[in-house]
Design a protein around this ligand. Sequence first.
Ligand code: DX5
Ligand code: ZN
Length: 222
Amino acid sequence: MKTQYIISPSILSADFSRLGEQIREAEAAGAGWIHVDVMDGHFVPNITMGPFIVETCRRITNLPLDVHLMIESPENMVEAFAKAGADVLYVHVENSPNLHNVLTKIRSLGCSPGLVINPGTSALLLEPVLHLVDVVLVMSVNPGFSGQSFIPEVTPKIAQIRKMLNIANPKAVIAIDGGITAETLPGVLQAGVQVVIAASSIFKHPQGIEAGINALRSCFPD
Ligand code: DX5
Ligand code: ZN
């Protein structure tokens, strides 16, 4: 069967004075999801957006919204993000001591549970809960900011997680987030990535959003 790939532009690098226009442009260029980065200034050293922006995106587009929670105690906020219109809700393995509870709660709210792993965290920590997720998001930068450089050491970890998923949950897909460009994408696709999240290489592409998406899409195998 042919592998399906999805591009999810991260609005962290969008021009927020023209958010609607920029999301619609990404959608017209073939974006499959829209990625929203939620940061609380505690789990990561930056503060960004909350349920209000998710609700705004929900009114702009019908594309699935994948919402990346980089916050402390995410279990307290998943309901608000589900109500705001999130489709995929990701929590980090590093700060969620009760992973069974939060992942089950996300599914019971009608969303797809996603689990995120930072570059310095071992894939083995995911193993006990892999059967509960629809997406595993591998961070290829330390979370907090867009525009950072890809960390190449994560590539073998993607292949390791794909092998683990093939046993525990073959339908689950792997997403990549951080420093993804037309140069860094081919290697992670080969390792097993199907969902491609990118902020700078799309919204800050010198020729515009469509050119940024096309450059990433040109890396997908035929
Ligand atoms: C980083 C965020 C990413 C970020 C990616 O903490 O999770 O989604 O927006 O930005 P780029 O693609 O510029 O590395
Ligand atoms: Zn993200």
